[in-house]
Each structure stands twice: as C-alpha cells, then as structure tokens.
Design a protein around this ligand. Structure first.
Ligand SMILES: NC(=O)c1ccc[n+]([C@@H]2O[C@H](COP(=O)([O-])OP(=O)(O)OC[C@H]3O[C@@H](n4cnc5c(N)ncnc54)[C@H](OP(=O)(O)O)[C@@H]3O)[C@@H](O)[C@H]2O)c1
Length: 303
C-alpha cells in the first residue's frame, strides 16, 4: 500500500482525499489545529519551519507528498503579500530544500490565466491578473525546474461538500443561503467549467496509480455561470421560487480584477487516465444531499 502524506489535511481537497481513500492508501496528514474528528496519523504543524516539516517527512517516509497548504482568497493574498508568498510559494521551496525523494503533488490554479482566451490548455501562456495568480505561476515554474517526480494539478473552481472547518465554495455558498431562505444575487456573465471535488479526488487516485507526471488542467465538461449554478442548486433543493436573482459582474465591487471567463481544456487529463466528469446536475444532487444532511446534524447538535 502506498504511503501518502497530505500537507494541509484540513483543506477541502486534502480532507476529501483522506476520507475517500482510507482503505486505498496508508494515509498521513499535517494540520495547524486538529478538528474534532477521529483522524489517525495526523501531525500538528503550526509553523512552517524546514526543521519541523523535515522531521515529519523523514519520520513518515511517504511515497507521495500532496501539498494542499495554501491561501485561496484572492483578496487576502493581495492585501497580505508577504504571508501569501510564504504559504503559496515558500512551502514549495522548503520541500525542495528538504530534498526527500518522493512523488510530489502540487496545486496550481486556473487563475494563472487572464480569461481573455476562449479555452486554456497546459501550453497556454499564463497571464495572471492578481498576486495569487502570480504566485501560482512562480510556483509552477519552480516545480518544473527543480522537482524530478511531480504532478501539477490546475483545477477550475471546485464545487463539493464543505466541512464546518473549511471555507465556502461556489456551491456551498448557495446551499447555505437557500437553506436559510435568503435570496442571492449571482452573476450571469462569468462562466467556467467547474470541477466536482469528488472527480478531483478520483483523478488524483488514478494519476497516482498510473505514476503519471507533469501538469494537468482539471475541469468539468459543462460551462455554466454562477447564476445557472444557483438555479440548478435551487432546483435540487426544491427552492426554485425566485430567490436566485441574476446580475452582471459590475454589481460586485472587487479589490482586484478577476478573469471574466475561465474555461479549461480537459483533453490532456481525459487522454491520460480516461477521465469522464460526472454531469454537473448529478454532482449538484450529490453535494446538496450530503451538505443538507451535515447542516441538519449541526443544527440538531446545537439544539
Ligand atoms: N478549492 C478550489 O477551488 C481550488 C481551485 C484551484 C486551486 N486550488 C488550490 O488547491 C490547494 C488546496 O485548495 P483547497 O481549497 O482544498 O484548500 P483550503 O480548503 O483553502 O485549505 C487550505 C489549507 O491550507 C492550510 N493553511 C492555510 N494557511 C496556513 C498557514 N498559515 N500555515 C499552515 N497551513 C495553512 C489550511 O489549514 P487550516 O485548516 O488550519 O486553516 C488548510 O489545510 C491550494 O493550493 C489552492 O490554491 C484550489
């Protein structure tokens, strides 16, 4: 059984990998603060020092290291450049300096692209519009130059089930609002082919088992706006009574410009492992079902 160390096991991707693959891999993780969950083999890693990271890696001796540590808030990265660089880039450098031989899996982002082209594949020229995107480009280049055995996975925005200790994603933001019977304004002029979290985890498993290398853009087949996503979620929650309202992207003020449309070409990953994404409607049904169960349980516990 392959030994896998997940750095940032509390992350959306890391935690789902941990729960889906408990029987497929020998799993280890690191996190800042252990959530109140039964998780085995998890090390506390509060400060990202080379010594501590090296100690954990050399004790676990993993075949695969998955780096899920990251700051995904574009505005936070813009306002806190030093900490953003430390977390989104310097950790990659630390891993290289530690020099432990393993397969490394890193996450880049669709935000390395400007959004002005119709479709982005792995050969497209990065042109980030903000600091978060620039750090991802820097990390991608560094990894390609310095690591021997690596995967750079570049997901489109991810939708999936969210734990109470995780940040919201486009789907759970809508589910939570609808659950509270609140109406929502969603943009109808920004499009992407969203990636289903469980598809992302399945892709990771396949790439590990095929011992694949290189960089892969990861996305679904269907291109939707946030407004269309909202309508689909409302339908799945039987709440489609005008609570989702459309607006254009000028409605929301943002600190930095964001790419208008981010459509990733998923041909390379399909070819590599025969990946076929779940339809977005089936993905939404699964997310809504699981998320509502979690929300109801949390509510019952609070009462
Ligand atoms: N989710 C997406 O839509 C998406 C799309 C494209 C790329 N990505 C990339 O994929 C990777 C994983 O994303 P995700 O959404 O699964 O992550 P996430 O849920 O935002 O979790 C981020 C992880 O980083 C850890 N972390 C943050 N700041 C830290 C710090 N100062 N010191 C130590 N640990 C820290 C968090 O620990 P705590 O739990 O303690 O806060 C958490 O484990 C990231 O590199 C992200 O940029 C994600």
């Amino acid at each position: 059984m392959k030994k896998v160390l997940i750095l940032g096991v509390t992350s959306n991707i890391g935690y789902r990998f941990y729960t889906m693959y408990q029987h497929r891999y020998d799993l280890y993780g690191t996190c800042r603060k252990l959530p109140d969950l039964k998780m085995l083999n998890v090390y506390e890693l509060n400060s990202l020092s080379k010594e501590k990271l090296s100690m954990i890696i050399n004790e676990v001796k993993p075949d695969i290291v998955i780096n899920c540590i990251g700051i995904g808030s574009i505005d936070f990265c813009e306002l806190n450049k030093e900490i953003a660089k430390e977390i989104n880039f310097e950790v990659v450098k630390l891993l290289r300096e530690i020099g432990y031989k393993a397969k490394y899996i890193f996450f880049s982002s669709a935000s390395i692209y400007s959004g002005s082209a119709n479709l982005y594949n792995e050969e497209s020229i990065p042109m980030p519009l903000h600091f978060y995107g620039k750090l991802k480009v820097e990390a991608d280049q560094y990894i390609k130059q310095k690591f021997d055995d690596y995967l750079i996975l570049r997901p489109a925005p991810i939708i999936g089930v969210q734990q109470s200790f995780q940040r919201v994603n486009p789907a759970t933001f809508i589910i939570r609002k609808l659950y509270q019977n609140l109406s929502i304004m969603l943009v109808n002029d920004v499009f992407s082919n969203l990636l289903f979290l469980d598809d992302c985890i399945k892709i990771m498993g396949e790439l590990i088992d095929c011992d694949s290398q290189g960089d892969f853009n990861l996305a679904g087949n269907e291109i939707v706006s946030r407004y269309e996503l909202g309508k689909m979620i409302a339908k799945a929650m039987h709440k489609d009574n005008g609570v989702i309202k459309a607006c254009d992207s000028n409605y929301f003020k943002s600190l930095v410009p964001r790419p208008q449309n981010l459509i990733l070409d998923n041909k390379k990953i399909k070819c590599e492992i025969g990946y076929e994404p779940l339809s977005i409607s089936s993905a939404i049904e699964q997310i809504v079902k699981e998320q509502l169960n979690d929300l109801r349980k949390t509510l019952e516990e609070e009462i």
